[in-house]
Design a protein around this ligand. Sequence first.
Ligand code: MN
Length: 458
Amino acid sequence: MPYAIDETHDQNLKSWVESANDPKSDFPIQNLPFVMFDDDSSSCSYIAVAIGDKVLNLHVLEEQGFFDEKTWDELSFYGCSLNGMANASYETRKRFRTRLQDLLKVDGCDDLRKCEFLDSVLKDRGQVKMTMPFEIGDYTDFYASLFHATNVGCMFRPDNPLLPNYKHIPIGYHGRASSIVPSGTSIKRPVGQQAPTEEGGSPGFGPCKLLDYEMEMGVVVGRGNELGEPVSIEDAEDHMLGLCILNDWSARDLQKWEYVPLGPFLAKNFASTVSPYIVTMEALAPFRCPAEERDASDPQPLPYMDSDANRKAGGFDIKVEVHIASAKMREQGMEPVHLSTANLKDMYWTLAQMITHHTVNGCNLQPGDLLGSGTISGPTRGARGSMLELTWDGDPFANPPISAPGTQRTPIVLPTGEERKFVGDGDEIIMKAYCEREGYRRIGFGECRGIIEPARTV
Ligand code: MN
């Protein structure tokens, strides 16, 4: 297990960047997630780490000789993305994390705090624009929550909610990297085909009527693997650089019509949103937990996806929250409404199992690839990670279950009196994620936001 808890996780570490010591901040000195930002001063975005309400520009620091050449070369930050650092060894990344902490902590090395260009290197987060942190080559989305799969299965296939492969294979599909956008990008409501309303009839065509979000976490792949060379379960985590929040926007009416027999296509590839902060595997070390324990009656994973280390610490204790604010709510200055809270630790498959399964046939992952966890839902109504599940008026394990999306749905009533069964035009969906554990400093993932714009006219 390379990601050990060490002195960089000490909860007593404080930064001279005061805002980082606010217990509510997502970005204390124990976190230091990587970001890219733009401030119009250069044609290329800058590589940075977030600390409190600031971003620390690593390019400028490097120019001023704050990092030793060996570490910087190995991290190979080049071009307009973080892809170069994906091949850096664990030791190099750890050395870099320790150095950053030394520059930022109280009673550390004072060189940075006292330097004359501090204003140009440490910028207010609010004054800069976060851009895509990685150039994503390939994107795969999984379906690893048994709660989500059962809920959706009950609606789409009431007689047969959970397909026989589910407990043997981490189910996934290959998504579209080109339409992944950073938090804050507006999303145009997609247009497409909808199932005929009567048997033998013609399909409908027009703006999506059942637009949804999916609350997920994304894994940024660090080191890749050679084509033909699978990644073992023991090595899987060595290929993960860090995690971000992912909103897998989903057009449910398009999905219902098109998903048989090859799975989602246009229902998913019009847009996905990621949070700009990549929280590293090193920072997440204190928040590891056992993989979800399977029911005694469930099959055990095949040996290639099973290991002691994965059982004991393959999980991540990360709380994930979804909030909504309609255009009217924002106009009236109302706070967003909380929709759900779930936890990544409740997933049926671990992230390591997903990587191992993805490559078992020899498929090669590459630095900067993005893997989505699948919608994170839990056992209770308040832990449902999509609107489809949340407004569904039924117990997920009821018998007989409710048959189709769009029927017998319980709308969410917003403080303006507006009702939502799915996401409306002008609505903003806000996702948050954070880790808390007694004895450790809370760390967070920032936010993943997107506002829905009306569809183009057809
Ligand atoms: Mn998804």
